[in-house]
Write a protein that binds this ligand. Structure first.
Ligand SMILES: [Zn+2]
Ligand SMILES: [Zn+2]
Length: 371
């Protein structure tokens, strides 16, 4: 590889501005156009080529910086001492990609500078949309059959006008003026160690190197628009208080083609009830008169799901005893199999009794004491 002084070829100083380089190039390319040199056409062609080559490097901030540092651009001879050229460190760089934040960025970029840019530039960073959380209240009665609840909420959807691109249709993309299409902004710093190069992803184009010719007038370039949405959410029977239902992709639209987020429906059971929930079983206290407790009885009881059922209370039932009514509890959220209703017996002893009642009770007492 022959070393050429690109600055000399273009006749500019080493710290020439981009504008100066462009001017010099324009003049030289005119001057050395082979069509103008019939007598020394070969020489002109050679010069013309050199000028183009020099301009290609010096007009590109990255290539120019590399040229300044190493004296060449492109593949490097094997004896160049550690630096593997553009292609050489591909795999190595991948290994470090995820650790980039932990490594001193300055040092990292000295060795891997151009490589990183080229791999980043290709992808527009897509990001998944945010999740949305909504609370839904259901009543105790709705628990039994399950309920379908219409939900209305706002979310970001992909812009219908630009199809999420953020670009006004027809206006296309133009090269980012900040990074000149490289996707990377480069800063050089002179220190006692030499020139330290730091580069970061361009924040104007997000590293894509392109910006919209005109931003979409509907979404303002974000690619997303807020929309009211109505969906129906099925709350399964037997759901527990505080259950969170996930509805995939019903959240906000992603960025740059990223996936939709999810919708999380938080179910709360509201209102009062005579029943205490214990898993799928329901517990209810039942007051029984002491005579009924002794003799046994049958009561009419409204079941948790609203149906009225006759329940037999056996004679001799004890205070605090539990009577199970099978299959009258809550349905299981997954299997639908219902739990039990548990009646907790509270035997009531009257605080006062009538004279007639007292007389009879004394008769009973006599019988019981004889035993
Ligand atoms: Zn940019
Ligand atoms: Zn749009």
């Amino acid at each position: 590889m022959t070393k050429k002084d690109y600055y000399e070829i273009l006749g500019v100083s080493r710290n020439a501005t981009e504008e100066e380089i462009r001017k010099a190039y324009k003049q030289l390319i005119k001057k050395w156009h082979p069509d103008k040199h019939h007598e020394n056409k070969k020489e002109a062609e050679q010069k013309f080529k050199e000028i183009q080559e020099a301009y290609e490097v010096l007009s590109d901030p990255e290539k120019r910086a590399m040229y300044d540092r190493y004296g060449y651009v492109g593949d490097v001879p094997p004896n160049a001492g550690g630096y593997g050229g553009f292609g050489g460190f591909g795999g190595f760089e991948d290994i470090f990609k995820d650790f980039g934040d932990f490594i001193n960025n300055d040092i990292f970029n000295i060795f891997f500078g151009d490589q990183r840019t080229s791999s980043r530039r290709r992808q527009r960073t897509s990001r998944r949309g945010e999740d949305i959380n909504i609370n839904v209240d259901i009543t105790f009665e709705e628990l039994f059959k399950g309920v379908t609840i219409p939900l209305e909420y706002e979310r970001y959807e992909i812009c219908y006008h630009c199809n999420g691109e953020g670009v006004e249709p027809g206006s296309g993309w133009v090269t980012c003026p900040k990074c000149h299409g490289t996707g990377t902004v480069r800063e050089e710093r002179r220190t006692f160690l030499g020139v330290i190069v730091n580069q970061y992803t361009c924040n104007q184009c997000g590293g894509t190197g392109k910006i919209p010719g005109e931003t979409c007038h509907v979404c303002g370039g974000t690619g997303r628009v807020k929309k009211r949405r109505r969906i129906e959410v099925k709350i399964p029977a037997g759901v527990e208080d505080g259950t969170v239902l996930r509805i995939a992709r019903a959240g906000n639209a992603g960025y740059n083609g990223g996936e939709y987020g999810d919708l999380y429906v938080h179910v709360r059971i509201v209102g009062t009830s005579n029943f205490i929930r214990q898993g799928n079983n329901l517990i209810r206290d039942i007051k029984i008169d002491y005579i009924d407790a002794i003799l046994g009885t049958e009561i009419q009881l409204k079941m948790p799901d609203g149906a009225v059922k006759k329940i037999k209370i056996p004679s001799g039932v004890q205070n605090g005893e539990e009577i199970r009514v099978y299959g009258e509890g809550l349905p299981d959220m997954r299997t639908g199999k219902r739990g039990n209703l548990i009646l907790r017996i509270k035997v009531e002893i009257p605080k006062r009794v009538s004279r007639a009642e007292k007389k009879l009770l004394e008769e009973i007492a006599k019988i019981r004491r004889k035993k």
